[in-house]
Design a protein around this ligand. Structure first.
Ligand code: UDP
Ligand code: MN
Length: 290
């Protein structure tokens, strides 16, 4: 039998909370620390008063975390979840990739699927009334504080190829209410004998919250929409831009030319450069009607 979960099991915050609301992200290696740095700057530029809480594992060097501390992020040291060896083996990168291959895009080498489950530690952060999780490979384009008022569990659809995508959620952005009871129930349901979650936390969360509430698609605008569904792109309405699959800082990036304007924008946030007026950026070209 598992002991009841507490707020401090496996997590150690660097300091107290500074707000009732927090943007929460996750960083388990130096690559995603780069992502979180650009994300943290983008959040700061929105003028929000909410905390930025960064869950980080021991795999991240202090040097990689220093820029996040400079942005006033609340760093929270985090262990991986207490899961069975069999669960960990089934969700190890090589096993997951062969059991449930990715056919629509490419995951970078530094992506470890097992690490994704750490997102569930958000429910342990009971010092906050409401949290908004945002993947470290995303940017916030404008103030999105009003979504802290959305109910648990709110997420945007996983749209980047066709209308059929609206049936599923993307767990790169979600609004939730921390609760140890929920956290504990999640751990119980996550690691049952033979449980396999092909898209890790995303598959699990969609299963755990079958009646999930919708955030607008603009709250998690996926980069492939730029070339697959350009009619859906509208800079002034985008709240969160999410670089799913290939990351904008990857050296060997097979889609770099097709995504150039988005990658350049990410680098402007990362390098501390001047950020253009987002609403005035040019939308992608639409195919000619004929
Ligand atoms: N993540 C991490 N280390 C990993 C894998 C994932 O820190 O090895 C975190 C990070 O916040 C990342 C999120 O989990 O943004 C989800 O992974 P990713 O964004 O690469 O998935 P995608 O959006 O491409 O499906
Ligand atoms: Mn992501």
């Amino acid at each position: 039998m598992r002991q009841p979960a507490t707020a401090s099991d496996g997590i150690a915050p660097s300091g107290p909370a500074g707000s009732r609301h927090a943007f929460v992200t996750l960083v388990t290696n130096a690559d995603y620390a780069m992502g979180a740095t650009a994300l943290a700057r983008s959040i700061r530029l929105t003028g929000t008063q909410a905390d930025i809480a960064v869950l980080h594992t021991g795999g991240v060097h202090q040097n990689a975390l220093a820029p996040l501390a400079e942005f006033g992020c609340r760093l929270i040291a985090t262990d991986l979840l207490p899961l069975s060896d069999a669960f960990n083996e089934r969700h190890a990168r090589k096993n997951l990739h062969s059991a449930a291959p990715f056919t629509r895009g490419r995951k970078p080498d530094f992506h470890s699927p097992l690490d994704n489950f750490c997102k569930l530690r958000l429910w342990q952060l009971i010092e906050y009334e409401r949290c908004m999780f945002i993947d470290a490979d995303a940017l916030v384009m404008k103030n999105i504080d009003r979504y802290f008022g959305y109910p648990e569990f709110s997420a945007a659809p996983n749209v980047y190829e066709s209308l059929a995508d609206f049936h599923r959620l993307n767990s790169g952005v979600f609004v939730a209410t921390p609760s140890l009871q929920t956290y504990e129930t999640m751990l119980e349901q996550l690691d049952t004998p033979d449980a396999f979650w092909p898209r890790t936390d995303q598959t699990f969360l969609q299963n755990f919250f079958p009646d999930w509430h919708g955030l607008p698609v603009t709250m998690n605008m996926l980069q492939y929409v730029w070339f697959n569904m350009p009619a859906l792109w509208d800079w002034p309405s985008i709240g969160v831009l999410h670089f799913q699959y290939e990351k904008p800082w990857e050296k060997d990036h097979p889609k770099a030319e097709r995504l150039r304007p988005l990658i350049d924008l990410w680098h402007a946030y990362f390098n501390g450069g001047i950020i253009p007026e987002i609403a005035a950026l040019e939308n992608p070209a639409l195919p000619h009607p004929d």
